[in-house]
Design a protein around this ligand. Structure first.
Ligand code: ZN
Length: 409
């Protein structure tokens, strides 16, 4: 009975009901506008207001012309926040964020999330945008929290997981970085093994520094299971040295250098990083043993990798074995006359050290000539285009007056 009465009443007085509701909506939006008006600049405020008033204007026009159905539809659209208005809000939020006005972007996205008449997908989108606001604004804790809120609603969010990976790697939270990287590999169907291996090595490094060698080795073994990275091998080498497993250390060193001759000098530099801490006297003397082994063992010269020769020469120089360094390099230079400028410079320095000034001078002259021949006189400051001729418009990037004289070799 009541329902029948209600629908009859509604049919008869529809015009009046809608007029009252629309007035209420107007008042509601007026209040919201006033709240936002303080924060939004006039230009943006106008564009929002324009979009909103268009809807209300249409609704009122339909009402006056007696087209109740269209008026109701228009009215419902307005309450539902029509697509156009919603897009305007998202566009504005993005605009504010890229403009660095993070607080304004945050308040827009928050107000969208708080709306009741909004679809779940739009709310999720607004939540994602809010997380990016926090992220860009440097509010790391809030960004993490909001990204996680997004994942609670929908776990299949590649970019959100990726952002969490980046944040946790930035702040060195390796356990969480590992968890989210695994999640990313499942969602994205991309192989993340290399990265996961690096993350586990970083985790193992922390264990190593705290002296928990057992946990360090466990993490390292996990890292090897994902991918055998150079950083994992170097850390394992450190671990062998600390635990005085010198035979293992020696064979791993040889394996490493044969596999990656390019990293030969790099390996000793990163092993020495550990010496900066106190009470590592044993480590130092064992490292010396390993260096001597590297210098004495095998005939690396036949492998003829410049990087291996360079690190041998540097090790010998560091031990003041100048004559040996000179003999090694000069015999290598005879077999590899085009062995690279860094080794040529090293050779000239050694010639001076062993008092062969005349030879040093003639080598310097040859080096300078070859540098002069390989380097162009000018280059483009925009794209790096090389040229001996003078150009006012760069033939590569087409910019004007970007020509620079090359002062630095
Ligand atoms: Zn250019």
């Amino acid at each position: 009975m009541d329902l029948v009465f209600f629908t009859t009443f509604l049919r008869d007085h529809l015009l009046a009901v809608i007029a009252v509701i629309i007035t209420l909506v107007f008042i509601y939006h007026y209040i919201i506008e006033k709240e936002h008006g303080v924060k939004l600049s006039k230009k943006y405020r106008d564009s929002i207001f324009e979009a909103q008033s268009k809807i209300f204007l249409n609704a009122t026009q339909y009402l006056i012309s007696g087209n109740k159905d269209l008026a109701i539809k228009e009215f419902l659209n307005a309450v539902d926040l029509n697509r156009e208005t919603l897009d305007t809000y998202f566009a504005l939020g993005g605009l504010f964020r890229s403009n660095g006005e993070i607080d304004k972007a945050i308040s827009i996205h928050r107000s969208l999330i708080a709306r009741e008449n909004i679809s779940e997908s739009s709310r999720l989108k607004a939540l994602k945008e809010l997380a990016i606001d926090f992220d860009k604004g440097g509010f790391i804790d809030k960004a993490i929290e909001t990204y996680k809120d997004v994942l609670k609603i929908n776990r299949d969010q590649y970019e959100v997981i990726q952002s969490l990976c980046r944040i946790y790697e930035d702040i060195g939270e390796w356990d969480l970085a590992y968890n989210y990287r695994i999640m990313l590999s499942k969602v994205g169907h991309e192989n993340q093994s290399e990265t996961i291996s690096h993350i586990l090595v970083e985790k193992a490094k922390l264990q190593f520094e705290s002296g928990d060698y057992k946990a360090c080795l466990e993490d390292l073994d996990d890292a090897f299971r994902f991918a055998p990275s150079v950083s994992a091998k170097i850390l394992k080498l450190k671990l062998f040295i600390v635990q005085n497993k010198m035979d293992d250390a020696k064979s791993l060193l040889i394996e490493l250098i044969k596999e990656h001759p390019m990293y030969a000098s790099f390996i000793f530099v990163s092993l020495e990083e550990y010496l900066n801490e106190e009470g590592k006297q044993d480590f130092y003397s064992r490292l010396q043993t390993l260096k001597s082994y590297f210098l004495e063992v095998g005939d690396w010269s036949k492998e003829s990798s410049p990087s291996i020769i360079l690190s041998q020469v540097r090790l010998l120089k560091a031990e003041d074995r100048i004559q040996e360094a000179f003999d090694l390099l000069s015999s290598w230079m005879q077999e590899n006359p085009n062995g690279g400028d860094v080794l040529k410079i090293e050779y000239i320095k050694l010639l001076i050290e062993v008092n062969k000034e005349t030879e040093a001078l003639s080598q310097t002259k040859t080096l300078l000539l070859s540098l002069n021949n390989t380097l162009t006189r000018h280059f483009c400051s925009q794209c790096g285009y090389d040229s001996d001729a003078i150009f006012w418009r760069c033939p590569q990037c087409h910019n004007w007056e970007t020509i620079q004289f090359r002062w630095k070799v």
